[in-house]
Design a protein around this ligand. Structure first.
Ligand SMILES: *[C@@H]1O[C@H](CO)[C@@H](O)[C@H](O)[C@H]1NC(C)=O
Length: 512
């Protein structure tokens, strides 16, 4: 028997199908990318390499916290083996070829290359691993995009204060110089530092990433200043000493989530949320004036005095330092995942621990239930936020060339990742809207090539185009539906919102 619901379903479905056809006829159904647009996928050393103490590598802050305090991680796991990419790099490159990537973004492990943290001793075996990976990629014309620092600070440097110690500016830029010398003949895209907000706020001002310092509203700001100067120093070293012969580019990757509001009265609060969370790093580098955002300088200074301090908890830059940092990035590297709404009213005051970054920001963030697709708490589905963010970057910072260095969606596993496919299609579609409206976006990087160690979420949150089997010794990688969809985008250089892949066999196209 046909229930009335079923009959209704078919009636409605037929109407929807008919409707879609009209819409598709009215406007283009597949969208083209600009001619020289480049596509990649990304990972990071601690999240994939494993081999944590092999061949002379020394301890970094993630080795340290996961070994001394394992259950700060959701599943009490660690990156000791992770995806075993230290041994499986040929399979990694094979996956890049299957997808047809133009470039692959990976990061170098500082303590694998410099076990003393300093350039006095270069670990040949560690260098060999990266040479093998880079050379294997180049064989198939896949360009390396290399992140110098993706969160795995040498533990020794952490014990000396890490990013709160101004000596980090030299420690980090010495390491950067070694990397330019070792790999710059073949690496033409360098990313200095991945996600300063995560490094400084989550690691130093909070306890949600290593080193779990949680010294709120103080250590996070000290870190911000030193990190920007360290980034700028690496930029200038490359620019003056290596670029003339090596001819590559160097830039920073900022994580920027879009903050918006449902009520006009909170527009200032939404603006502040963007200033505090990402313009704190974007303004010093990409604005005409340089320096931390005005609103932040004023707010933190006023609160600091109120709190009985003699000076602002947000350190100042000298005029010379402002000049040194301003303009020190060839691209705006952008890691984007999602959007939050904010509000600000009386309830905000006294709500957060004081002092703290959130107390300084004076607002509350929230998300909407209807933004949730799939099971994971991690990523919400708000593609229009990506468009608005790209538009803000264009308008606030003089339309800098942008490379999307991360964008992606978490699931709890499974090959049929329809939610991830929906996410990618709609976020890429929003990016194309922004490009059509004048944003200068040059490339897009999917996070991630494969499942990997998701920091304090361990192996519970899965971001991969390829699923990794953590039960198997070789960490077998299997393409998900999203891998086939991404491959089609790269193969055709078009976004087809209705493309349904045949997910039986993954092959390598001719020329890859
Ligand atoms: C502040 O705004 C939130 C969200 O609109 C609301 O739930 C709360 O009751 C407000 N509090 C005060 C004190 O106005």
């Amino acid at each position: 028997m046909w229930s009335i619901q079923r009959i209704l379903f078919f009636v409605i479905a037929s109407i929807v199908i008919a409707e879609c056809k009209t819409i598709n006829n009215a406007r283009h159904e597949v969208r083209k990318f600009p001619g020289n647009f480049r596509f990649g996928a990304a990972t990071a050393s601690y999240q994939v390499e494993g081999a944590w103490d092999e061949d002379g590598k020394s301890e970094n802050i993630w080795d340290h916290i996961t070994h001394t305090n394992p259950c700060v991680v959701k599943d009490c796991s660690n990156g000791d083996i992770a995806d075993d990419s230290y041994h499986q790099y040929k399979r990694d490159v094979e996956m890049m070829r299957e997808l047809g990537l133009d470039f692959y973004r990976f990061s170098l492990s500082w303590t694998r290359i410099l076990p003393t943290s300093f350039p006095d001793k270069i670990n040949e075996a560690g260098v060999q691993y990266y040479n093998n990976l880079i050379d294997e990629m180049l064989k198939y014309n896949i360009k390396p995009m290399v992140t110098l620092y993706h969160w795995d600070l040498p533990q020794k440097l952490q014990e000396m204060g890490g990013w709160t110690n101004p000596n980090i500016i030299d420690w980090y830029s010495d390491y950067a110089r070694v990397a330019f010398e070792l790999f710059g003949d073949r690496v033409k895209d360098w990313i200095t530092i991945n996600e300063p907000l995560q490094v400084c706020y989550h690691g130093y001002g909070d306890n949600s990433l290593a080193p779990l310092l949680n010294i709120k509203g103080v250590a996070d700001y000290m870190c911000a200043k030193n990190l920007l100067l360290a980034h700028a120093k690496a930029y200038h070293i490359y620019d003056k000493e290596f670029r003339p012969t090596q001819g590559g580019s160097i830039f920073i990757s900022l994580s920027a989530q879009w903050h918006d509001t449902e009520h006009e009265e909170f527009a200032d609060a939404a603006k502040d949320a963007n200033e505090f969370t990402w313009e704190i790093y974007a303004n010093p580098i990409f604005s005409d004036t340089g320096d931390f955002p005005e609103v932040m300088k004023k707010r933190v200074a006023a609160k600091s005095i109120e709190q009985g301090l003699y000076r602002s908890r947000l350190p100042e830059f000298t005029a010379e330092e402002i000049d040194y940092i301003r303009g020190s990035s060839d691209y705006f590297g952008l890691n984007h995942y999602s959007t939050k709404y904010v509000y600000r009213n009386e309830s905000v005051f006294g709500y957060y621990e004081s002092p703290s970054f959130y107390d300084d920001m004076e607002l509350v963030t929230y998300t909407k239930n209807e933004w949730k697709i799939g099971e994971s708490q991690f990523t919400k589905f708000v593609p229009w936020g990506f468009y608005k963010l790209l538009t803000e970057i264009k308008e606030a910072f003089g339309n800098p060339p942008v490379v999307i260095t991360e964008n992606g969606f978490a699931t709890y596993g499974g090959l049929d990742d329809e939610d991830r496919v929906t996410y990618y299609k709609h976020y890429i579609n929003s990016m194309l809207d922004a490009i059509e409206d004048g944003s200068d976006v040059r490339g897009y990087t999917a996070w991630s090539l494969m499942d990997n160690y998701e920091w304090l979420q361990g192996y519970t949150e899965r971001f991969g185009l390829y699923e990794v089997d953590y039960e198997s010794a070789e960490r077998t990688r299997t393409p998900r539906k999203s891998a086939f969809v991404y491959k089609q985008i790269l193969r055709t250089r078009e976004l087809d919102m209705h493309y349904e892949p045949d997910t039986d066999v993954m092959t390598i196209d001719k020329g890859h």
